[in-house]
Design a protein around this ligand. Sequence first.
Ligand SMILES: [Zn+2]
Length: 159
Amino acid sequence: MIEVKDISWAAGFIEGEGSFRGGTWKQGGMAITVAQCEIEPLQKLKGMFGGSITGPRPGKGLRPKPIYYWGIYGQRAAAVAMTIYTFLFSKRRAQAENLILAWKNTGIPYKYRTHCKYGHEFTPENTKSVNGKHRRCIACDKRLSMKRTERRRAKKSLA
Ligand SMILES: [Zn+2]
């Protein structure tokens, strides 16, 4: 059982020492990682959330201390981001939101996604179905057709 004080500790620790990645699968996917000289707090994180610890790897600088890394990836990273979200400050909160949004879009099958990859919501007004199967984002269709028109105009003005 995780207690609120542990979640608040984890949030503070990740706030200070961690980094969030909300990338697509191609960019390496969603991740939360923490680099730290001491292994104990990382073991505590692992005990709470899972994930894995690697290292020690040699540090950089004049007096390099070996560094340990804790990392959690994919859907589980999104779950951690959601768990600690309310305890974070604005900058980290934005990063956590980014990760959660990436999860909403890549962690689940396309038909269950609530937003297109450009972040437009699949509302009834913004969704077009193709052959009664595939969903298309109307905002993106408009965006692409505007781009095409612009390109055509640019070509014409060059000619
Ligand atoms: Zn879209």
